[in-house]
Design a protein around this ligand. Structure first.
Ligand code: AMP
Length: 567
């Protein structure tokens, strides 16, 4: 079976398509989300997900997270004595999800559709594909996250044409995508966003409101107090999705402080953040050359869109009541599973052809003759960013100087008006008949295909002389041999057996809470841990499970009481 995987910045999950619908695959801890976190313990054993995160609280230097942000770069993470790249870390997450899927489905899983953000460039997409291969998965398709969400929302299911906007507000980023479904083809028309805006900013706003009300400044608090306050503000913010007022209760400078905030006052303080949502929305409409009237629906994804303030802002701004009925944590994985079913030609689902866009502008350098002395070098875009691929575009240029013998076509990638600020990715030279400037015309054709191959052809119109060059945008592509080598490296990394995962997780969590608890709470954790360890040594599987549940219950209780540091 081909599974769908949402390889997220903070969490990942897998889904499959069975009995006519997408189904989430629980992980080994029976949770739907696996944190995208990897740790290596002192024995060199690899820990993944929640277990790695728990271990990382007390051993931060042994843990890596947020590595999706460095996909396709040379960054190396040092976890104890193990060095891993972002692709390798991602491969470990994918391997774990693959194993969970195999256990859940009771069959081998060797193929997957994996999602990436729509703005991911070629390097990042290839790195994701390689990570899949290193995890022993044939990556059938890389799907854009907003496209996956649109599939989960059933865009195209009825066969009607529609144009929709997907707004994805996660923890730290905001992405806007315009998609069109037409004649069985789903196309991404435009992507825009703000990678400095996310749910975290809304939490910070609430935190500042709290500090202001208490006449405090961030610098008055210790790091631990700031951490506690952030957690309490985060909880308060999340409460706003079901209630119109909520408390922030926290111990600061030795005294308990509790403040009530209403959703209305919070919304008012969030106006500057809301204004920042507007810009990328407008930009995406401009790039797609459409207006709000052309949109048939707006889909909200990403955890932060649970905030009622955001929902009502989007509605007020656009006049469209947004869709948010699919769980924002899982819609991407569900959509990836639907895309996987399309690949498998599952008879319960009709195939929709998904197209991609060129994520950056490709162009060349020209001299613009302004009639003044100084000739100005100018960037001439040929394939604009966000153009649906495959695409072929031609521009005609002319000789710039009298008696010019040759023209050089410099092939550039980037968005700057200044050629030198863009990336030079290749060039070609061709001879032209000598004559006055502007006499000879040259047609430059750029063709960019779905495999990210750029072919540039230049033709002298008068003589028919033509030259071409093919640029493959994949300097960091691994050869089959290298993939094999890296696969082997990963296979040496030992991962704890699936069945032990829940026990390790419980111990790491208890260790963390023990460190931050005091007095009788500490004694309680100590006793529960001692009991658990004894049963682990001598008890049956069932006894271990029972004792673990008891330990987890105590930990839940203490954590919910807020007596111990949450993270
Ligand atoms: P994501 O990256 O899509 O998982 O989104 C994470 C962001 O969603 C974080 O900033 C969370 O605080 C935010 N979030 C999660 N649940 C809620 C909720 N119920 N209300 C408001 N924000 C939420």
């Amino acid at each position: 079976m081909i599974i769908g995987i949402d390889l997220g910045t903070t969490n990942s999950l897998a889904a499959c398509f069975r009995n006519g619908k997408a189904e989430l695959i629980p992980n080994r801890l029976n949770q739907k989300l696996t944190p995208s976190v990897v740790a290596v313990d002192e024995q060199g054993q690899i820990l993944i997900g929640e277990t790695a995160r728990e271990y990382g609280y007390l051993h931060p230097q042994a843990m890596a997270r947020l590595f999706k942000r460095t996909m396709g770069t040379d960054r190396i993470y040092h976890l104890n004595d193990t060095e891993l790249s972002s692709e390798e870390l991602s491969a470990l997450i994918l391997r774990s999800l693959k194993e969970d899927a195999e256990t859940y489905l009771g069959e081998k899983v060797e193929e997957a559709v994996i999602s990436v953000p729509a703005y991911f460039n070629d390097h990042q997409r290839k790195a994701t594909k390689q990570a899949g291969e290193m995890a022993g998965l044939k990556v059938n398709r890389i799907i854009n996250e907003p496209t996956a969400s649109a599939l989960a929302y059933g865009v195209g299911e009825m066969g009607d044409s529609e144009c929709c906007m997907v707004l994805d507000l996660g923890g730290g980023t905001f992405d806007v995508t315009i998609l069109e479904y037409y004649h069985n083809i789903m196309e991404v028309y435009a992507v825009a966003g703000d990678n400095q805006l996310g749910g975290e900013d809304f939490t910070m706003t609430l935190m500042e409101m709290f500090l202001q009300r208490n006449g405090l400044d961030e610098s008055d608090l210790s790091l631990r107090e700031l951490g506690d306050l952030y957690k309490a503000a985060e909880q308060c913010k999340c409460s706003f999705s079901s209630q119109s007022s909520a408390f922030i209760s926290v111990m600061l400078q030795g005294r308990p402080i509790s403040e009530e905030f209403t959703l209305d006052e919070f919304a008012e303080n969030c106006i500057p953040l809301m204004d920042r949502l507007r810009k990328p929305i407008e930009k995406s409409l401009r790039d797609a050359k459409i207006t709000l009237f052309d949109l048939s629906r707006i889909i909200l994804v990403g955890g932060a869109t649970r905030l009622p303030t955001i929902r009502s802002y989007v509605q007020e701004m656009t006049g469209i009541f947004p869709d948010y009925y699919v769980d924002p944590d899982t819609s991407v994985a569900q959509g990836a599973a639907i895309a996987a079913a399309m690949k498998e030609r599952n008879e319960d689902i009709e195939e929709i052809i998904l197209t991609d866009v060129c994520p950056f502008t490709l162009g060349t350098e020209v001299i613009s003759d302004s009639g003044r002395f100084d000739e100005e070098l100018r960037y001439l875009p040929i394939i604009e960013r966000n153009t649906v691929i495959p695409v072929s575009r031609t521009e005609r240029v002319y000789t710039a100087h009298d008696n010019q013998k040759e023209v050089t076509v410099r092939i550039l990638q980037g968005e700057s008006r200044l050629p030198r600020a863009n990336l030079l990715i290749g060039w070609l030279n061709l001879e032209v008949p000598v004559g006055p400037k502007g006499q000879e015309a040259i047609d430059i054709t750029y063709t960019y295909d779905v495999n990210s191959l750029l072919e540039v052809r230049a033709k002298v119109v008068s003589t028919g002389l033509e030259k071409s060059v093919v640029i493959q945008n994949d300097e960091n592509k691994l050869s089959d041999e290298e993939v094999k080598e890296r696969l082997e490296k990963l296979s040496y990394l030992r991962q704890n057996p699936r069945e032990e995962e829940a026990n390790m997780y419980a111990i790491f969590r208890a260790n963390r809470l023990y460190e931050s608890a005091e007095g009788s709470d500490r004694q309680r954790i100590e006793k529960e841990m001692a009991d658990f360890e004894r049963v682990m040594d001598q008890g049956t599987r069932l006894q271990v499970e029972k004792q673990r549940q008891q330990l987890m219950q105590v930990l839940d209780e203490l954590e919910n009481q807020g007596n111990v540091l949450l993270s």
